[in-house]
Design a protein around this ligand. Sequence first.
Ligand SMILES: [Zn+2]
Length: 118
Amino acid sequence: MNATITYRTGSYYSETDTANHIWEISDEQGIASELYVSISDAEVMQIETREDRRGEGLARQLWDAANAQLGIVYHSLPAHRTPEGEAFASAVGGESVTECHIDSCDCTDIIDDDPYGY
Ligand SMILES: [Zn+2]
């Protein structure tokens, strides 16, 4: 059964200066699943499904809606994924961004082919 997906744009939680596409599935208890994608880079910023609604494919429905609307959505760099984001990325597949979009981040060191400097 397909849940009803709502779409809006907005900031990432308490931040006021970020612009995201936001797809959400709600139920009587509030947000059941949510997907935040940065407007600037079409990069996944947040994917979260409430514990009692996991295993229903809600996140995948949000992912499909996002891809249908934007054409393509990118997973964040592996170094920036939460465990849930990592599980999500391997479950749904798809492309990942190829560079970090966070200011003053040292993750380029993490993905360096030559991490030990040899
Ligand atoms: Zn980074």
